[in-house]
Write a protein that binds this ligand. Structure first.
Ligand code: SF4
Length: 456
């Protein structure tokens, strides 16, 4: 950890010390690494590096700077190279109107040919886009990306650009320029992107991070980028490194890897993946888009037993809190929660329940009093200022769901539990200030705006 999703150890800049650079990356804990081809010879070199190094993969591509080289013969040659099993992507390709080293019509033609190759081989497309976002997105929309997806590398656009790219199905990759003092705009953009859509890269030998600015970049510098990104997103470098590897595996190796996790750590909290079932189908719920949350594979194939949850907790005092959460509604397994929470409390740990507030409906009785002494904090997803909005964004599977959420918050408050009501600020739907007023003034509980896909 972390994974370098875009670098060029295949570049002549590393001709004299390629092996030493690769070893420095391993010593810094960086890997896997994707070496990106940008012309025929660097594509071949990337493949040879991947054949010699189990922690490296290759892409085959023709950079927009070299787009004038594209021909039917070269397209055939690229297809032959790209069929190699260690080639996990096509590109980099795209549009570069900043340098304009090839005519724009040639850039577009080469881009379309490589998109077609990526679709044919169903390998992700790696996109270089500089000062050409509008045309780039138009080509992607018109031509279509491979089912395997793709990535907008070295992202330097706006939040709206990132949103448009994600709607097409792309990941967004950030490079060393996000560490530059004047790049606050990029640090603001990355805060808005769901964790399961982020990749990190050095783009070595280019774009060294701020601490090494002016020097040749190399993959061992990636932790400097990770540290800046982690700080911007309010998570740890370990969290961000894990996200980068999980997303690398998902995009380029066709799966996050590993089994679904029963317990998982984010920052210094330990989360328990209690169940896969839920009484809502919220439009923003990450479980509908991704197997991973903050780089953890949460796609369990069955609900865990209490013994399995306890085994995953270890010593409860090693965590700031133990949170009952997961890819579903934990109160669907109330008895197991109470059993594990009791075990945690007896050993001096702190507990939190993240719930949609449907627990009393599910149990057929008021469950709030049963949580007293077992759960230190309850976070309830209020999610909307009224029942109509709640039904629109949460698609509840139970009747009168919002009314039941409000009733649970009141009951938990009256039982003396420490309650926080939260919302995800879904644009044009959720009136955050109305929700805040409802929580703080009318219900008398704390209020929190939750960023999408960032628990805690
Ligand atoms: S209540 Fe939570 S787990 Fe259930 S669908 Fe909504 S966000 Fe997902």
């Amino acid at each position: 950890m972390p994974a370098d999703s875009h670098c060029h150890l295949n570049d002549p800049a590393f001709a004299d010390d390629r092996e030493e650079v690769a070893q420095r990356a391993r010593d810094a804990g960086v890997g896997p690494i994707l070496n990106i081809g940008y012309d025929p010879s660097t594509s071949l070199e990337a493949i040879e590096l991947a054949e010699r190094n189990s922690d490296m993969y290759a892409s085959v591509g023709l950079h927009p700077h070299h787009a004038s080289m594209m021909s039917p013969q070269l397209a055939t040659e690229m297809e032959n190279m790209a069929s190699h099993e260690r080639v996990v992507a096509i590109g980099e390709t795209g549009l570069d109107y900043y340098r304009d080293r090839s005519p724009r019509d040639k850039q577009a033609e080469s881009f379309k040919i490589q998109l077609a190759l990526a679709r044919k081989l169903d390998k992700p497309i790696v996109i270089h886009c500089r000062d050409a976002m509008e045309d780039c997105l138009a080509i992607l929309r018109a031509e279509g990306i491979p089912k395997a997806g793709g990535v907008m590398h070295c992202f330097a656009g706006t939040t709206q650009d990132a949103k448009a790219a994600m709607e097409i199905g792309l990941y967004i990759s950030f490079a060393g320029n996000i560490t530059y003092p004047k790049a606050q705009n990029l640090r603001d953009v990355i805060k808005t992107i769901p964790a399961h859509r982020i990749l990190l890269e050095t783009d070595a030998p280019y774009l060294s991070p701020q601490k090494k600015r002016g020097k040749r970049s190399e993959p061992s510098f990636l932790p400097m980028i990770v540290a800046v990104v982690a700080e911007a997103r309010g998570v740890t470098a370990e969290d961000m490194g894990r996200v980068s590897v999980s997303n690398f595996n998902t995009l380029f190796l066709q799966g996050p890897g590993g089994k679904g996790e029963i317990t998982y750590k984010i920052r210094d909290s330990l989360y328990i993946n209690v169940t896969r079932e839920c009484t809502n189908e919220c439009g923003f719920c990450v479980r509908f888009f991704s197997d991973t949350l903050q780089g953890h594979n949460l796609r369990i194939d069955r609900d865990p037993t209490a013994e399995e949850m306890i085994a995953g907790v270890g010593d409860p005092r090693d965590h700031s809190e133990v949170v009952f959460c997961g890819y579903g509604e934990p109160t669907m397994r109330l008895d197991r929660i109470k059993e594990v929470a009791r075990w945690v409390k007896e050993r001096g740990g702190r507990t939190r329940l993240d719930t949609n507030g449907h627990g009393s409906h599910i149990a057929g009785r008021d469950i709030a009093p049963e949580l007293v002494g077992l759960i230190d904090q309850v976070s309830v997803s209020l999610n909307a200022q009224d029942a109509t909005t709640y039904d629109e964004i949460c698609l509840p599977l139970i009747p009168d769901a919002w009314i039941k959420v409000i009733a649970f918050i009141k009951s938990a408050r009256d039982a003396g539990l420490d309650v926080t009501a939260s919302v995800v600020p879904v644009p044009d739907k959720v009136d955050v200030e109305a929700c805040r007023k409802l929580a703080e003034d009318d219900l008398g509980v704390r209020f929190r705006v939750r960023p999408y896909n960032l628990p805690g």
